[in-house]
Unconditional design. Structure first.
Length: 403
């Protein structure tokens, strides 16, 4: 309803006051203006299934019911048709309001899912999966999947990593935890899908990820990212591409100021280091995920053993003939000369190279200087093989056509 009539509430999660200037209509109007897909998360902590289904009715039903007519009264005649709905957020985390054990969450979310899909059978539902890796996260996912296997279209996973010990190589290897988590949950999904007839596909929505370890208060979530953070974000993105058969959604949950790729200081917007790999992947990495075989030297750091210096993903877009190769050189000091071999078609140059790098792994950006940024280059290639020298501590995207 009218902004000036909305209640001001205490935001218990971040210790602030929420004036609710941005409500459902403002948020969805914003999404429409930007032509982006909204994703609404209902309250499965302190909320109710009835509240959840009323929200779907408000957003997605044409007219003639209480909440659809309320939306029309509030100024939006046509339904928003919100497709993606989260069944709570991080409910496995004791830091959440309304934290529950897996059984209690499963029972509540199941009732909400039933009501929401009865209102609109076309919506997609995302179950609240792992975020608390200090607890029994494997058991949590198994229980949740068993409760929601007939209704959930995705299960969400979250992961934030950091470099609290200032150990570069352990930080570079931290995304191996992501790969392990994906593998475990994929197999849990396979197990539960065998219990549904016909088999109902469930995918992974990795709807929160980033580097985050410096700032933890509502007033101080403005994480300043450096080059090594950007390399880790590129590795997150490589993992999502490699696992595209099961990861069908991946969201960097914050975009401006709050642990974000973009920052505004004194009314000036600038790009943080992590903006550049995200921008390159989001703009160019489409089509089919390819199976890439990688042979490179290795390193070990802490519990991480035999970690290859090169982290690689690739995608092929048949409609354009573009092959996209993403390479992170984790080596702190050395460039790595690499043979790139195609086993299915010939390269047809030129090959374009987009390299995110800086002079030092601790370099960061500001309103006055972009120490970490993308540098472009191009070379002619032909045949089934070419060689490229990947700079130390860099992320490189190669775009080349194949015949």
């Amino acid at each position: 309803g009218p902004v000036d009539q909305r209640p001001v509430r205490i935001d218990l999660a971040w210790g602030a006051k929420e004036n609710n200037r941005v409500g459902t209509d403002e948020f969805l109007g914003y999404c429409k203006r930007l032509n982006i897909e909204p994703y609404i998360c209902v309250n499965m902590g302190l909320g109710t299934p009835d509240e959840a289904r009323n929200w779907v009715e408000y957003c997605n039903i044409e007219k003639g019911t209480y909440y659809s007519d309320l939306r029309r009264k509030n100024g939006t005649e046509h339904p928003y048709r919100v497709r993606y709905w989260g069944l709570g957020n991080e409910i496995d985390g004791p830091w959440q309001m309304g934290h529950k054990n897996a059984e209690d969450y499963g029972k509540l979310a199941l009732e909400a899912a039933k009501l929401m899909k009865w209102i609109d059978p076309e919506i997609k539902l995302i179950a609240s999966g792992s975020s608390n890796y200090g607890g029994d996260w494997v058991g949590w996912n198994r229980t949740v999947l068993n409760y929601l296997k007939e209704y959930a279209d995705y299960i969400s996973l979250h992961l934030y990593v950091g470099n609290r010990n200032d150990d570069y190589y352990r930080f570079m290897a931290s995304t191996l935890d992501l790969e392990r988590n994906l593998d475990i949950v994929e197999n849990q999904i396979r197990e539960v899908m065998m219990q549904t007839r016909p088999e109902k596909p469930i995918y992974i929505a990795f709807d929160e990820y980033n580097v985050w370890y410096r700032k933890f208060t509502e007033e101080g979530l403005e994480e300043i990212y450096n080059l090594e953070d950007a390399l880790v974000v590129a590795q997150f993105l490589n993992s999502f591409v490699r696992n595209a058969h099961i990861v069908k959604m991946a969201n960097m949950a914050q975009l401006v100021n709050v642990i974000a790729p973009m920052m505004i200081k004194n009314d000036t917007l600038y790009y943080q280091s992590i903006f550049y790999p995200l921008q390159l992947f989001a703009t160019n990495c489409y089509g089919q995920s390819l199976d890439v075989w990688v042979d490179s030297d290795h390193f070990s750091a802490g519990n991480y053993k035999m970690v290859p210096y090169l982290d690689v993903s690739a995608a092929y877009m048949a409609s354009t003939g573009n092959l996209v190769i993403n390479v992170v050189n984790r080596h702190k000091d050395n460039a790595i000369s690499t043979d790139i071999v195609s086993q299915f078609n010939k390269f047809s140059g030129p090959a374009r190279f987009y390299t995110v790098n800086g002079k030092d792994i601790k370099d960061f950006n500001s309103t006055t200087e972009q120490k970490v940024r993308t540098v472009n280059s191009e070379i002619k290639v032909s045949g089934t093989q070419f060689t490229y020298n990947f700079p130390a501590h860099s992320y490189t995207m190669i775009i080349v056509k194949v015949d």
